[in-house]
Unconditional design. Structure first.
Length: 491
């Protein structure tokens, strides 16, 4: 698990370390600089010619310290400071003085030499406005130059809070994030500009006390529900998947397959009669309860709801009047956790009265368009403010909102926000979302708590997609490959 900080949170932790713990700012800067030097040694051990491009804030101070250390190691280094040195931060002034005492010249112009490595330390988390003038020129110079580009903390020009480009930004080959990753390292386009990221431990800690945004990695798979040896299919939960409509059986198949692959004990698909044969052929492990759309029996629906340990409603369900009645009944009668996906969400958007403010144990999994229908906001607004929109929805209805995008957000009504970093563009294909809803359902069936199921489910879905794309390539990955590769994701 890793925390993803805002720039204010990072500054607070830096200041706490300096003021309350008593580690001097120059010590932190030296550690940050040494971490970047180690990264240069690991990545480009033979780099002889190095250009450091610094600003006048503390990110620039890091850069000057890096330049000094590399120079003292005997490498050819040119340090260029952009901006008026008279206005440098106190730390950066000190770094200039130290460098000059070692007879290291500090320049304010570029030369025509070619460099093996370019260190970008123009702006870090202190960037507050659009990049213009000499700073813009410097960033363009870095981007067009040859050589391996290492960004100190975050590529200059990327907002540490949003990942947005503030006018222009350095395209790094490697980013050394100081102390913690920030939101801007993870959200696009920032994530793409960072390229690979290494996190440098400089002795600044405490994110667990102030930060509610987090992400998972492979180690978090140890959160998976335990599998008892003394068990039977009932132990691992009964999932009711209310999915599919006439001519739409694939979504029910994918969600059910994913729930089983995730470890669920028994899956029952509730679907129209027309889907019986195809689903029994595609997934014989599932039990089917079918309904006649012309003569709908509420009794069999209510029996199925009472039977279930978890319900997933919506994939391929359609928007018919019967679909609406089914959702209404499920919302009224369910006592177990409920995942609402796809047309389930579209129905909630169309019939606003269905979703009351006292929902319990509900996870909704909208993609951008579904979220736009549900929240009546435009997609750009949602995409530009993923965390805020997901959190607002979660708070409004006291539910868990899985807002799906290339960086999916899971928000609950208690401030916690999971931000997903697994997955790839091979997953941008019809049916991927059905697989996700099945994975979350499978975890809920094994009695995992709703927020945990949603966050870990999103993570596992992405890793399964990564495994699938590694095998099939991004172009040719299908949703069913994601479901089949849950196997590899978990082992
Ligand atoms: N002692 C500390 O607080 C530590 C700070 N560290 C480094 O310090 C960085 C943060 O330093 P700062 O807070 O000084 O911030 P930055 O160095 O990121 O830049 C802030 C400076 O840039 C100016 N600025 C902001 N946007 C601008 C724009 N668009 N055009 C022109 N000027 C602009 C600000 O007015 C300020 O002078 C971190 O990213 C990290 O690299 C690390 O050395 C670790 C310890
Ligand atoms: N470029 C991408 N990077 C990572 N994950 C992606 C990408 N594109 C799509 N996904 C994931 O794939 C899923 C797509 O879901 P959705 O749009 O609901 O598909 P469908 O409705 O066709 O089943 C989401 O979980 C989303 O996060
Ligand atoms: K930088």
């Amino acid at each position: 698990m890793e925390y993803l900080l805002t720039s204010d949170q990072m500054k607070l932790l830096d200041n706490n370390t300096i003021d309350k713990i008593g580690i001097a700012s120059s010590v932190l800067m030296e550690k940050a600089a040494l971490s970047v030097v180690s990264a240069i040694d690991e990545e480009c051990a033979n780099a002889k010619n190095i250009l450091v491009v610094s600003g006048i804030g503390n990110n620039g101070g890091d850069g000057i310290a890096i330049g000094r250390i590399l120079h003292l190691q005997g490498r050819q280094v040119r340090i260029v400071v952009i901006g008026d040195r008279q206005h440098s931060s106190p730390e950066t002034k000190k770094q200039i003085e130290i460098a000059e005492k070692y007879n290291i010249k500090i320049y304010n112009t570029f030369d025509k030499n070619e460099y093996n490595v370019i260190v970008d330390s123009v702006f870090g988390i202190g960037l507050t406005r659009s990049v213009e003038g000499q700073y813009k020129k410097a960033i363009h110079f870095i981007n067009q130059a040859k050589g391996f580009k290492i960004a100190v903390d975050i590529p200059s020009g990327i907002s540490a809070d949003t990942g947005k480009i503030m006018g222009c930004a350095v395209k790094a080959d490697l980013t050394v994030a100081i102390a913690y990753k920030k939101l801007g390292h993870v959200f696009y386009p920032g994530a793409q500009y960072c390229n690979r990221i290494k996190v440098a431990d400089i002795g600044v800690y405490g994110a667990d006390e102030i930060c509610f945004n987090f992400s998972y990695n492979k180690k978090d798979l140890d959160k998976l529900p335990q599998r008892l040896n003394d068990s039977n299919k009932g132990t691992f939960g009964k999932a009711l998947i209310i999915a599919g409509s006439n001519n739409m059986s694939g979504a029910a198949y994918l969600a059910s397959l994913a729930a089983y692959k995730m470890g669920c004990g028994l899956v029952r698909i509730f679907t129209p009669l027309e889907n019986r044969e195809i689903l029994q052929t595609l997934i014989p492990e599932a039990v089917l309860t079918t309904y006649d759309t012309k003569q709908f029996s509420h009794k069999s629906l209510e029996d199925a709801i009472a039977w279930a340990d978890v319900i997933n409603i919506g994939p391929g369900l359609g928007m018919s009047d019967i679909a609406k009645q089914i959702l209404e009944t499920v919302l009224k009668k369910h006592k177990c956790p409920l995942v609402i996906d796809a047309d389930g969400i579209n129905l909630l958007a169309k019939y606003e009265q269905l979703l009351t403010k006292n929902q319990k144990n509900i996870i909704i999994t909208p993609h951008m368009k579904e979220m736009s229908r549900l929240s009546k906001r435009n997609i750009n607004d949602i995409k530009n403010n993923l965390i805020e929109n997901a959190t607002e929805m979660a708070k409004k209805y006291k539910l868990i909102c899985v807002l799906k995008d290339s960086r999916t957000i899971v928000a609950d009504y208690n401030k916690k926000v999971y931000i997903n970093q697994s997955g790839n563009n091979g997953m941008a294909k019809a049916g991927s979302g059905d697989v996700l809803s099945g994975i979350i359902t499978g975890l809920l069936a094994q009695k995992m708590k709703p927020f945990e199921s949603a966050a870990l489910g999103v993570y596992i879905h992405g890793v399964s997609g990564d495994e699938a794309s590694n095998l099939n390539g991004c172009y040719s990955t299908l949703a069913r490959d994601i479901a089949m590769n849950i196997t590899r994701a978990l082992h």
